[in-house]
Write a protein that binds this ligand. Structure first.
Ligand code: AVI
Length: 329
């Protein structure tokens, strides 16, 4: 998170106040999932990644650790890695492998893009430690960070852009496509995009992943209202909300909602907003799209990428794709 003009902004550059004003009065009521990641929300998400019922992170880590050579080779042993949403840098560390291993084959510079200064500092320390590599951090939203990093490319440098963690799943399909097209424009033929996506799996597994028995995902979801109460003087009665996860098969997405168990009148002074919820009314807080490999490759192709190789973990949970950039667009 960073503060711009006194308002908290996140990776998309949107402010919580503007989001609350715009989305909460829509039908159905919504709050964009970007609001979930304040400091507490980010810690809760880290905890989710350790839950036995949330396979996404483990599956992706396994894939990167097992196939790191193939991934880097498929990306043409890039001179430069740019990671969007680097978090604490743990996945990049897996890709780089044991100290010095990757730099022997050419990675000379790593650009880290995140909106969290803490994440950038942690990741920069982790990946730069004892490696003969230049690490540059960009506290910017994804697209701006990618553009800034790529703009400093040296003649002949080959770039691999990493967008991991199934973050693409939190974009709706038109948004995902637009985002990929923007990334494509920052790259050149010969560069590579390495991107992760969560795969469709049986409904009961998806529901357990997004409504875990420990209630961590429920806390992660409800924290959005805690945030609005704290930062904007909101009067949500948090104790009267239930977390609900549902699988929308038609749209191939898991949805998270917050459902009020009672009628409540809510004021949100900083947004100049008042609203009334009836018992059973819900606020839609996140969509997490699940892909099958061919649909995901199609989307990449339509966005100007040529999927070159993909890896799926042995449990069929997660997809990692290396896609090259072809032609000039
Ligand atoms: C960050 N993102 C990929 C996670 C997901 O699976 O959509 C966020 C999350 N929401 C609930 N659990 C995890």
């Amino acid at each position: 998170m960073s503060i711009v003009n006194g308002q908290t902004v996140d990776a998309t550059g949107a402010s919580l106040v503007a989001d609350v004003r715009h989305f909460l009065l829509q039908s159905p009521r919504q709050l964009p999932s970007r609001g979930l990641y304040d400091e507490l929300g980010s810690s809760l998400f880290d905890a989710i990644c350790h839950l036995p019922w949330y396979p996404v992170t483990r599956a992706e880590r396994r894939l990167i650790a097992t196939h790191r050579h193939e991934i880097l080779s498929c990306a043409g042993w890039p001179d430069r890695l740019i990671e969007l949403g680097c978090g604490n840098g743990d996945k990049l560390l897996l890709l780089l492998g044991p100290h010095r291993a990757s730099t022997e084959r050419g990675v000379r510079r790593i650009d880290l893009v995140d909106v969290s200064p803490l994440a950038l500092a942690t990741a920069a320390r982790a990946v730069g430690d004892d490696r003969d590599v230049v690490v540059v951090t960009h506290q910017l939203r994804y697209e701006d960070g990618a553009a800034r990093a790529a703009a400093s490319r040296l003649p002949g440098e080959r770039i691999a852009l990493l967008f991991l963690g199934s973050n693409i799943g939190n974009f709706d399909p038109p948004g995902a496509r637009q985002f990929l097209e923007t990334l494509r424009k920052t790259l050149r033929p010969g560069d590579c995009l390495v991107i992760g996506a969560d795969l469709v799996k049986p409904e009961h597994e998806l529901l357990l992943a997004y409504d875990d028995p420990l209630g961590v995902t429920a806390a992660f979801n409800k924290n959005l209202l805690v945030r609005i109460n704290r930062e904007m003087g909101g009067t949500f009665d948090i104790t009267a909300f239930d977390h609900r996860a549902l699988w929308n098969a038609d749209e191939s997405r898991v949805e998270m909602h917050l459902v009020s168990r009672k009628p409540q009148h809510i004021d949100i002074p900083a947004a100049g907003l008042s609203l009334d919820l009836r018992a059973g009314d819900s606020i839609w807080t996140e969509s997490s799209y699940k892909y099958d490999p061919s649909r995901f490759s199609d989307m990449l192709r339509r966005s100007g990428f040529a999927p070159a190789r993909h890896w799926i973990d042995h449990e069929g949970q997660f997809l990692l794709v290396a896609a090259s950039v072809v032609g000039d667009q």
